[in-house]
Design a protein around this ligand. Structure first.
Ligand code: PNS
Length: 166
């Protein structure tokens, strides 16, 4: 089965990477779909191309994983690549309502399309791109929360500041 793992990935975290790795073991092919333009949630820190490059670098060892950007409706992208299902990660109950709504609406838009959920690894269940950005912006250490490719990209954006922000 070919699945699409969509998201903003601004930037990719170890939580995302864990879901990608586990999906790559379960399915024949995983296409990571990077949303190009945000809807109402403000601007992204990284461009779509930067977010894509981070994902490509971090998943280079996974032979059945590829990544692409998309804009417009996710269901149109799923149709275009010929995938059978969407995969999403679930961290906590707080993710559930939003994911439930999207899964139902996507299935209404493309009848027969399933959304499959992979539960986050416990150790990453508290990691989010938003928090990673905030910590990195103020010089905190996020090296345990993100893969090396993301760490380099964050350092390039925010500079090499120590934990005290100096
Ligand atoms: O990482 P995120 O921000 O939770 O990912 C959200 C994403 C990209 C999966 C969602 O915003 C999306 O699918 N956007 C594309 C537009 C679309 O299809 N909207 C209708 C969904 S019901």
């Amino acid at each position: 089965m070919h699945v699409v793992y969509p998201g903003s990935f601004d930037p990719l975290t170890n939580g995302h990477l864990d879901v990608i790795q586990r999906a790559s073991r379960l399915f024949d092919k995983v296409t990571v779909a990077v949303l190009e333009n945000p809807s109402k949630r403000g601007n992204y820190l990284f461009t779509a191309e930067e977010r894509l490059q981070i994902i490509r670098e971090a998943t280079a060892h996974l032979k059945n994983v590829e990544a692409a950007t998309f804009s417009g409706l996710l269901v149109d992208f799923v149709k275009k690549v010929g995938a059978q299902a969407i995969v999403k990660g679930l961290r906590a109950v707080s993710d559930y309502e939003y994911e439930l709504q999207m899964a139902h609406l996507n299935r209404q838009l493309l009848p027969g399309l399933e959304t499959l959920f992979i539960l986050s690894a416990t150790r990453y269940s508290f990691v989010s791109s938003t928090m990673v950005k905030e910590i990195a912006r103020y010089g905190g250490d996020v090296s345990k929360l993100v893969p090396p490719a993301t760490l380099r990209a964050l350092k390039a954006k925010f500079g090499e500041r120590g934990p005290m922000g100096g």
